[in-house]
Write a protein that binds this ligand. Structure first.
Ligand code: PLP
Length: 447
């Protein structure tokens, strides 16, 4: 991969050097139904109002009324009549506009020709980018344990994967540099890597979150070896240790308190950043966005036109009316801080339950500084036994080998499990961890 944006874009298959920034096609011509026959005439959502109290947003709500003709009646820029119709491959200009402002506030990419496009979430964004760059034999560097969607998507497309070493701070840049500097395609049985997939905040499954310094080092290695970076960051706002400069920070102060994303460090246009509303609003909404160099975004739009087209209009209009019309950037930032605090409390309950209930003789655990997941570590060759015993004790933990590209066939030096504190009710966490403790004791025949 090349070292500046325009170079990098020429490497993307089929990118036209003259491709302009705004090429979204209007699809209303072919096959558009008449709005006269849409059966949804209005939508009503009860949401936390812009002034919700931090501790209990549900106690202070307002009604969002979304009608057919709000635009012509001058009450909003986006209404049901356009949301229910076919849109364009970029997603609606209204929600996209809000998202771009958010990206500028939170990531401020340090090059000029970046752009955003709405997606149906990071799963779809991964599939799209891997199709765009996929040529048989492309090698992608992944974190040793990683979110399986990455390799499940890439393997049928002919990608090869190089699992890179991680420590508690994420990818180990020196090790990666060493591996890439001495890369021997024949010995490795793979081409020299040209891409890197990373989950930089609350890594799934390990929970690791690289420091700002570590991110700069990894970016420098990516530059040196010309790796295009896929930054999959749905947990970005769940940084439990971030400390804004003030108790009630401005949106800018809050944004500054978060770790820099790879996008913020990206002087070359080599980062393809995937964000999602899945964890911050709702996974069922199926809306996210990508930020990348404009010619790459243009390619994504072309893929959308023949695949997802755009996220659901119902989701887009609901998100826009909540985020833009009701909350604004300041309210959205307060919401993110609110949910981060809620998940931090659950993390603390889970860590307390681990201290109280897990047998230290045979397992360890890591309290994550971000994200939804904590990891327990245990001795080798007991993974299936612990998994089965845990299910008998009515608790589900996800085996670490499920996050390995070869499912552990090349040998694992430790067995680990992913536990989540995100979905269960806070008061269910201690009993679940206790049940896991019983399962582990049973497997290791501890008293
Ligand atoms: N990427 C990672 C690292 C995840 O952990 C998840 C969900 O668990 C996703 C992507 C899925 O994101 P989305 O719902 O936006 O497709």
């Amino acid at each position: 991969m090349p070292t500046n944006t325009s170079e990098s874009c020429k490497q993307v298959r089929g990118v036209d050097d003259h491709a302009g920034p705004q090429l979204a096609r209007d699809w209303r011509g072919p096959g558009a139904p008449s709005a006269d026959f849409f059966p949804f005439l209005a939508a009503e959502y009860t949401v936390p109002s812009a002034e919700f109290p931090d501790e209990a947003p549900a106690s202070c709500t307002t009604q969002l009324h979304i009608g057919m003709k709000d635009v012509s009646e001058g009450t909003s820029n986006y209404d049901l009549s356009s949301a229910l119709q076919y849109g364009v491959g970029t997603g609606s200009r209204q929600l996209l506009g809000f998202v771009k402002e958010h990206v500028k506030l939170f990531h401020d990419p340090p090059y000029l020709d970046w752009d955003c496009i709405l997606t149906t979430g990071n799963t779809s964004a991964m599939d799209t980018v891997m199709r765009i760059f996929g040529r048989k034999g492309v090698t992608m560097v992944i974190e040793n344990h990683t979110y399986p969607t990455c390799f499940e998507t890439g393997l049928p497309l002919g990608y090869a994967f190089f699992p890179a070493k991680m420590d508690d701070d994420g990818l180990v840049p020196d090790e990666l540099d060493r591996a890439l500097s001495s890369w021997d395609e024949e010995a490795r049985g793979m081409r020299r890597p040209s891409m890197l997939y990373t989950i930089p905040t609350g890594q799934n499954p390990s929970g690791a979150t690289p420091s700002a310094e570590r991110r700069r080092q990894v970016y420098a290695v990516a530059r040196k070896h010309d790796l295009y970076i896929l930054e999959d960051d749905p947990y970005y706002v769940f940084q439990f240790d971030s400390a804004p400069a003030a108790a009630s920070p401005t949106t800018e102060q809050y944004a500054q308190s978060l770790l820099p994303s790879y996008l913020r460090l990206d002087t070359d246009g080599r980062v393809f950043r995937m964000d999602s509303f899945a964890k911050t609003v709702s996974p069922g909404a199926r809306v996210g966005w990508v930020t990348a160099a404009r010619p790459v975004v243009e390619r994504v739009m072309r893929v959308h036109e023949v695949s997802t087209q755009h996220p659901s209009g119902l989701s887009q209009v609901a998100l826009y009316r909540l985020l833009h019309d009701e909350w604004g950037h300041a309210g959205w930032a307060r919401w993110m801080r609110h949910i981060c605090a809620g998940y931090r409390r659950r993390r603390d309950v889970m860590v307390g339950a681990c201290e109280a209930s897990l047998p230290r003789e045979v397992v360890g655990w890591k309290a994550p500084s971000a994200g939804f997941f904590a990891e327990t570590l245990s001795a080798h060759e007991v993974e299936q036994a612990i998994y089965d015993a845990a299910i008998r004790h009515q608790v589900l933990v996800v085996p670490g080998s499920w996050f390995l590209v070869d499912q552990g066939r090349s040998g694992m030096d430790t067995v680990c499990f992913r536990m989540t504190f995100a979905a269960p009710a806070t008061n269910a966490i201690p009993d679940a961890v206790k049940a896991l403790g019983h399962a582990i004791r049973e497997v290791f025949r501890l008293g």
